[in-house]
Write a protein of this length. Sequence first.
Length: 92
Amino acid sequence: MSAPGHPSPNVEIYTKWGCPYCSRALALLGTKGVPLTEYDITMGGPKRAEMLERAPSARTVPQIFINGYHVGGSDELAALEAAGKLDPLLAA
């Protein structure tokens, strides 16, 4: 997705095992061909605490961040895609 010489976006997603919304978000991001970092917080732990610190109102997964910007969950990601705003965000 990124132009030659342009760094890839920093995409981070917090997920839990067996979460259909997580799978949907991962599938959509996969179609974009951008590398991402997935944090599995099924068992809680420090990454769950990190997610809550970064997105204090988040109580569900997935929680998605692009270049430090909190996108939200799967529905918000799909809404960005439907509005044509996801690609520019990933290219920024």
